[in-house]
Ligand binder design. Structure first.
Ligand SMILES: Cc1cc2nc3c(=O)[nH]c(=O)nc-3n(C[C@H](O)[C@H](O)[C@H](O)COP(=O)(O)O)c2cc1C
Ligand code: SF4
Length: 654
């Protein structure tokens, strides 16, 4: 589809007193680019400017905390003069590319996070652990119950902060009532965390009262010619939380008040960042429901990653603006590629939640599994042409080899890539076999297109030997042949009834009816293969020596994988170490107490591990005096993100 065919997506929209050049919004998302006692920095500025340069029409900057009592991350908030130069720098950098910029105003309320900054969390009621809803440590502390004077102080602080943002050249502010970022306001709105009996508790209107007071406070501080938005969780998707029907009532109230210029609507309680388990556009119906009852522009969010999908949402009048956080983290040039009809060039977010929110939930700077440049825009500006154009041979068509080939070809090298299988993609093809993990297939799709587009010569079903390398005589060789099975060092692991995870997923190994999956890794392979087998009607027990399975997965994905396995009758046995494997039994020991247990009636044991580097080709060629690199799993078996990062890095070195 060419630009003119995305006629809604690239049409301007008036919001309050500004004209947004198109309908593409980068919604607020916390980056962890700066920490305790630090103001926003150049890293954030470059990151946001790259998305504006890529063509997003509206950039909403993350979490401008309104008052010192918002202690969650302990960084320098918008109330502090030290933050002002950075916000001026951001507004200038974004405006240079023709986009508009709005600041999301936040009070973290009950969330005090991991950092000790002094002071307790603030909340409508002294209810800890976000009402017991979050399966992780965030927000578990018991907050201080606010009295009416404390509420007044916070309401006023939003007005003060909005006024200060206006001074920085921003185009507007967004009052956030989303989880995390809008912790305090969500805590008021959520009946599970608001137990007040005064005018701020009880009915929906009462629980929303602080929002209305803040809206009034902001509007009276900044006047009529500055945009004010409100972001709400359209449906908390939890028993007892607010629903779409509630949000419709609130949206009508807000519109009647006449102080707000747009509404942003997302969904879900835990971070409203839907994992791969949700279909594309999973929450569009919520924005559409709100749009039915108001005339205010509505921004929709949640798993929108494709221009045709975005255009049809607008065409169907389900929303006025398309919010895409991860799609633009993954490919900042998504808008410009869509506008120029280069849709196949877009690197689509697969909702893996690994390097973006996965990092941020671990208090680490965000990036993207598929885009190593994301979050490093301050140090990596662009891929530079190579001074010496070389003949490069890449051996292996998994993610590491493909990324090497892509970057090397972009730099002007002549690249040939050899893959022993029938198709490109390596382990991503295997990962996509697990039910609800099919989005991993985007990785081979993207790279297959890139190879063609960049003129990389691809040879499938070709196994490369050291002799063939000698014969082809390239200037440099990059070995990306992956890893081989790495069975457990326990007695019985060499039995015929013990099989390797990837062989099962590829259909190269069959299993009996009763299967034990041994988690020799703590990411998604053990859970994935257990789900795959349970889905086929097998009786599966997953054993892990850790406290729970998938400890390295993010807390958004994990509950869905657990749900998939348990709903199919699968059993997860934590703190269970494997001692030996017998013909029809697995002997385990409790990881803490050492107490033994025999799992009887086992037909097949699946070892789910990350493998061992397949180093032989690399080691053989290394002595030959050629420029040679190993990337990805054959350097050391790690995650997809590491493979892509290796490929990117070596592609830049060649
Ligand atoms: C790393 C990360 C941080 C986020 N932080 C915020 C935040 O500070 N405020 C907020 O309202 N939403 C935040 N979100 C939610 C996004 O704005 C968005 O609603 C969500 O990611 C779903 O949209 P997507 O599928 O386009 O990513 C965050 C999302 C991500 C991925
Ligand atoms: S890390 Fe995964 S979910 Fe996050 S932006 Fe990248 S592809 Fe999307």
């Amino acid at each position: 589809m060419a630009a003119h065919e995305f006629k809604h997506l690239f049409s301007p929209l008036k919001i309050g007193n500004i004209i947004v050049p198109n309908r593409i919004v980068l919604p607020a998302h916390w980056t962890c680019f700066f920490f305790q006692d630090e103001p926003p920095n150049e890293r954030l500025t470059h990151y946001l400017a790259a998305r504006a340069k890529g063509g997003a029409g509206l950039i909403i900057t993350p979490q401008n905390t309104v008052w010192p009592s918002s202690t969650h991350y302990g960084y320098v908030g918008t109330h502090d003069d030290k933050a002002m130069p950075a916000y001026k720098m951001i507004s200038q950098a974004v405006h240079e590319h023709g986009a508009k910029v709005i600041a999301q105003l936040t009070h973290f309320g009950p969330s005090t996070g991991f950092l000790k900054t002094g002071g307790a969390g603030l909340a409508p009621s002294s209810v800890g652990g976000s009402g017991g809803l979050l399966p992780h440590a965030l927000g578990n502390a018991v907050p201080h119950e606010m009295d009416k004077n404390e509420i007044k102080e916070i309401v006023a602080s939003y007005g003060v902060t909005a006024y200060r943002m206006r001074e920085t050249g921003y185009d507007g502010v967004e009052i956030s009532s989303t989880v995390g970022a809008g912790g305090l306001l969500v805590a008021f709105l959520n009946p599970l965390t608001n137990r007040r009996t005064d005018e701020y508790g009880g009915s929906l209107e009462n629980r929303f009262r602080i929002h209305m007071e803040i809206i009034d406070s902001v509007r009276s501080a900044i006047g009529s010619d500055f945009v004010v938005g409100l972001r709400l969780i359209g449906d908390m998707l939890i028993d007892g939380g607010t629903t779409l029907d509630d949000t419709k009532v609130l949206a009508v109230m807000v519109e009647k008040r006449g102080q707000v210029d747009y509404l942003g609507v997302c969904a879900g309680f835990q971070g409203h960042i839907p994992p791969m388990h949700f279909p594309l556009g999973a929450f569009v119906y919520i924005a559409a429901g709100v749009k039915e009852v108001v005339d205010l522009p509505v921004v929709c969010h949640g798993r929108i990653n494709d221009p045709v999908q975005a255009e049809s949402i607008l065409d169907n009048n389900q929303a006025d603006l398309i919010g895409m956080a991860r799609a633009l983290i993954c490919d900042p040039e998504w808008p410009i590629k869509a506008k120029e009809g280069r849709t196949e060039e877009i690197r689509k977010c697969i909702a893996c939640i690994q390097e973006c929110a996965g990092n941020f939930l671990k208090w680490q700077p965000i990036s993207c599994t598929l885009n190593p440049q994301a979050g490093r825009e301050n140090v990596i500006t662009k891929i530079v042409p190579a001074a010496d154009k070389k003949k490069i041979m890449v051996v292996g068509g998994g993610a590491a080899g493909l990324e090497t080939a892509r970057v090397a070809a972009l730099r002007g090298h002549q690249v040939s890539l050899y893959e022993k299988e029938k198709e490109l993609g390596g382990q991503c093809i295997i990962a996509a076999k697990v039910p609800k993990r099919e989005d991993f297939a985007e990785v081979p799709r993207y790279y297959t297109y890139q190879m063609k587009h960049l003129g990389v010569e691809v040879h499938l079903e070709t196994t490369i030997t050291p002799e063939m390398v000698k014969e082809k005589n390239p200037d440099a060789v990059v070995v990306a042949v992956g890893s081989v099975p790495n069975m457990l060092p326990v007695p019985g692991s060499d039995r015929d009834n013990v099989v390797w995870v990837r062989d099962v997923l590829q259909g190269e190994a069959t299993t009996g009816e009763n299967v034990v999956v041994i988690a020799a890794e703590q990411h998604e392979q053990a859970l994935g293969v257990a789900i795959f087998l349970a889905d086929k009607g097998k009786k599966v027990e997953l054993v892990t020596h850790c406290l729970y399975a998938g400890t390295e997965l993010d807390t958004n994905t994990l509950p869905f994988m657990y749900g998939q396995l348990l709903s199919k009758g699968g059993v997860i046995s934590p703190l269970t170490r494997v001692k030996s494997i017998e013909e029809n039994a697995v002997v385990t020991a409790h990881a803490m107490t050492g107490v033994e247990r025999r799992i009887e009636g086992v037909d097949t044991v699946v070892v789910a591990g990350i493998g061992r580097a397949d180093e032989s080709l690399y080691r053989t060629l290394k002595g030959e005096g050629k420029e040679i690199y190993a990337v990805g799993q054959c350097l050391a078996p790690r995650l997809l993100t590491d493979s892509i990062w290796d490929g990117y890095h070596v592609g830049c070195l060649l």
